[in-house]
Design a protein. Structure first.
Length: 386
């Protein structure tokens, strides 16, 4: 058995053991509750007998009534005695309740719901009913399981959040390490390519070929720069988001099939936002590529920039398959993908770039199955004077 499997088995054993312990505690509490409840009923039956003895005692007879009176006086729980639904005696009832007939009737109904009445046979044709409430100890025992469950739920939530945050921190470190290692690995052949490009220039190779190779080398340098920034605090500069978005959009448009109809709409005036150009370019690229994948390389794709009071919104719309409403949030989870190929990291990484690095927001603005999707990225504008 592998280490990870052993760890999972251990976790399940701990969970099951905790579950069994909780059940035992709750069962024990229930047993105590029933024992105390039965004891209180016996006490109330003795109270009824004592009350009955006092009521039926011959005042002229020499009878020791000390014990019945002691039993009556020691009662500490609320008691109401009725005869044909009329209240004839009360004990341990608040004065404010006794003064208000409506409240007294409501309190009597409460006692009826708590315990079965005890029948007091006064004479052959006369019976009284004794209604009594639960003691403070019983009330505490009644709510103890609820309090225990709440504590367990809160403790479980704390443990789960701790475990989740630890796991996410580990994943983030792994992502950052992999990204930096990727940047390092790309850097070595990239340096070699730049050297070969200089040799090609010296050999007077066709200038058109050299320009295209330069573009791809620049692209590789951008990708290397992106990966090197993952896991570290990126430098943000006040930049024109329209220009930065359009440059990335134009680069992608020139490299995709003519079967995709591209359109770009934005205000004419610059909109300044604190950006890291390499990471923002990655955001645009991920959203555009994701939209093209959703359309299977054929359809209409539009990028629209909307200027609002303190915000700027980038809308990326496609005419692809669409996303079900219950998956609007799941599409940003690591590993979630509807494609046969891919790791499902594109939108997850995009969300991290937008929300963690740029303090913006990203969401599925609108989607309809079979008609398309609109993704929305929102940034705060740089309002500082130029």
């Amino acid at each position: 058995m592998q280490f990870s499997e052993k760890r999972n088995v251990t976790r399940w054993i701990i969970i099951m053991a905790s579950f069994i312990i909780v059940i035992l505690i709750l069962w024990n509490t229930y047993s105590f509750f029933q024992i105390f409840k039965n004891e209180e009923r016996v006490k109330m039956q003795n109270w009824a007998l004592a009350q009955n003895k006092i009521n039926t005692a011959d005042p002229n007879a020499d009878v020791d009534m000390e014990l019945p009176f002691q039993i009556i006086q020691e009662a500490s729980i609320p008691i109401i005695v009725t005869e044909k639904d009329s209240i004839i005696n009360t004990t341990n009832i608040d004065e404010d309740i006794l003064k208000d007939k409506t409240r007294l009737k409501a309190f009597l109904q409460k006692l009826k719901n708590q315990n079965e009445p005890i029948v007091m046979q006064i004479s052959e044709n006369q019976t009284h009913k004794l209604y009594y409430g639960d003691s403070s100890l019983l009330t505490k025992l009644k709510y103890y399981p609820v309090a225990l469950l709440l504590i367990i739920v809160l403790f479980g939530a704390v443990v789960y959040n701790f475990y989740r945050s630890t796991k996410m921190a580990t994943q983030n470190k792994l992502w950052a390490g992999m990204a930096k290692e990727t940047a390092h690995q790309i850097g070595t052949p990239l340096s070699s390519l730049i050297g070969w490009l200089e040799i090609m220039k010296a050999d007077n190779v066709d200038e058109t070929i050299i320009k295209e190779i330069e573009k791809d080398i620049t692209r590789l340098q951008t990708i290397t720069d992106r990966f090197s920034k993952i896991g570290s605090e990126p430098v943000l500069e006040s930049m024109n988001i329209i220009k930065e978005t359009e440059e990335s959009f134009d680069y992608l448009r020139s490299r995709f099939s003519k079967q995709v109809e591209f359109s770009f709409k934005a205000p004419k005036k610059p909109i300044m936002v604190f950006l890291n150009p390499a990471l923002h370019s990655w955001t645009v690229e991920n959203l555009v590529k994701n939209a093209i994948d959703a359309m299977k390389g054929r359809g209409k794709l539009s990028v629209t920039i909307i200027n609002e009071h303190n915000l700027v919104k980038i809308l990326v719309s496609d005419t692809g398959n669409g996303i079900a409403k219950n998956q609007f949030k799941r599409v940003f989870e690591p590993g979630f993908t509807t494609k046969k190929r891919g790791w499902g990291l594109g939108l997850s990484l995009t969300k991290r770039i937008v929300e963690e690095y740029h303090k913006g927001k990203i969401k599925v603005a609108h989607s309809e199955i079979g008609k398309g999707t609109t993704m929305q990225v929102t940034f705060k504008k740089d309002k500082s004077p130029v």
